[in-house]
Design a binder for this molecule. Structure first.
Ligand SMILES: *Cc1c(COP(=O)(O)O)cnc(C)c1O
Length: 207
């Protein structure tokens, strides 16, 4: 566990740290929590449920199937990976059933890689946001992306800049939007420079 880095990232001004704990044990999560980390990100529902502990805050960051949504409501503070109308509708429906308001981010597909196809086509963003705004049990908190996995800093910067521009535009229309989630172990410094206010870091923290 990289204590120095954990401390550094917890002390960033105006940037929230989500420790991505996928593939790490509950014991490791507890150890990190003792160092001051409060929010953990998991990408698979089954794995999340095995490690769930109500004393921490949890985000779901991976592609989510509609039939798994029902297991998350009431346990997850933020679903970061909403990438379709169908999924938004199901989260809204399950949240209504439990009488809760579910915080969500819309995940956008900005990377050039065809391997990493998760996220909504940005062309569809205005329409999806207007539909989400009508759903009473969803609270739209912002946008999320995974940048291209490349050493070419220009490509990554361009993707983060596009995200920031959409975030600025739509957070004026939808004032509940306050979160721009971008940046992982390999690119969080670039993400912060380009407007991120929430980073999702796994490997570098647990190393
Ligand atoms: C795994 C993962 C991360 C963290 O990646 P690291 O390279 O381990 O920091 C961030 N976001 C998502 C969506 C992930 O799946």
């Amino acid at each position: 566990m990289n204590k120095e880095l954990i401390k550094e990232l917890l002390n960033l001004d105006n940037v929230k740290l989500v420790a991505v704990s996928k593939k790490h044990s509950k014991e490791e999560i507890d150890e990190m929590a003792r160092l001051g980390v409060k929010t953990f990100g998991e990408n698979r529902v089954q794995e999340f449920l095995e490690k769930y502990d109500p004393s921490y805050s949890w985000h779901i960051i991976g592609h989510l199937q509609t039939n798994k949504v029902k297991y998350l409501i009431g346990k997850v503070d933020l679903i970061e990976s909403v990438d379709s109308l169908k999924l938004a509708k199901e989260i809204n429906k399950q949240a209504a059933k439990h009488d809760v308001i579910q915080n969500i981010l819309v995940e956008l597909h900005v990377s050039r890689s065809d391997l990493n196809k998760t996220g909504l086509d940005p062309k569809e963003l205005p329409e999806l946001l207007s539909q989400i705004a009508e759903m009473k049990n969803l609270n739209l908190k912002g946008l999320m992306c995974i940048a291209s996995n490349t050493d070419d800093r220009k490509i990554i910067e361009n993707e983060f800049d596009r995200m920031k521009a959409w975030f600025d535009t739509y957070s004026r229309m939808y004032p509940s939007m306050d979160t721009l989630s971008m940046g992982m172990s390999s690119d969080y410094p670039v993400a912060i420079e380009h407007g991120s206010n929430q980073i999702r870091v796994g490997t570098a923290l647990f190393a």
